[in-house]
Design a protein around this ligand. Sequence first.
Ligand code: IPE
Ligand code: IPE
Ligand code: MG
Length: 240
Amino acid sequence: MVKANLPEGTRVPCHVGVIMDGNGRWAKKRGLPRKFGHREGAKTFREITRHAKRLGISYITYYAFSTENWKRPQDEVDAIMELFEKYLDEVRDFIEENIRVRFIGDRSKLSESLQRKMASVEEDSKNFDSMTLVLAINYGGRDEIAHSCRVLAGKVRRGELEPDDIDTELIERNLYTEEIPPVDLVIRPSGEQRLSNFMIWQAAYAEFYYTNILWPDFKGSDLEAAVLDYSERNRRFGGI
Ligand code: IPE
Ligand code: IPE
Ligand code: MG
């Protein structure tokens, strides 16, 4: 078991978002098909989740599949979906560790069996409180905001809400993240420095941490480095 090595006084972010990127390049570097990179990335996901719990992170959200990732070749999409089925069986192990599991994204485009597994993991872990693990599958920040607007528009049409009552708080309450707090730190490995439609609302005041390490090579010590970097930052939220 890896020990957490954070110095006394480190400010640990409450909610960390991780854009799991670089799986394809990891495989390519080894002359392997891209799906091997996704398989390796799934191992990293398990390791980092356990490490995040040891560090005292309360919420960790992983970007696993975006609303734009359907553009990839069908065989890659199929391989990723197959991995999710496996992931979910393994995510069950987290339940034994008192970790609550939640999913965000548009589930309607996922297979029925995946949707069933997602609902049952959420139900079985809903009362756990050591940490919340959030998986973003078929997730897009823009899609999420549009979804919130549709819910509110329905309420207006039914006469339950006045257009003037719509404020940022109400939009936020109808996002997929509902009761999940805003993200404090977004980590993106693989060298890309962009959000790619990840939590665009919730990351409005997030700190960003980029590293060239590819996701399958990302270690607990890299998570600690990101947390330490975050701890040094001066967050002002528009104040002084
Ligand atoms: C991230 O790794 C995983 C998913 C988007 C599902 P990539 O597959 O994007 O890896 P690269 O960016 O091509 O290396
Ligand atoms: C973002 O990675 C999505 C996930 C990690 C799930 P991408 O690899 O899809 O992002 P772009 O295309 O490089 O922006
Ligand atoms: Mg990528």
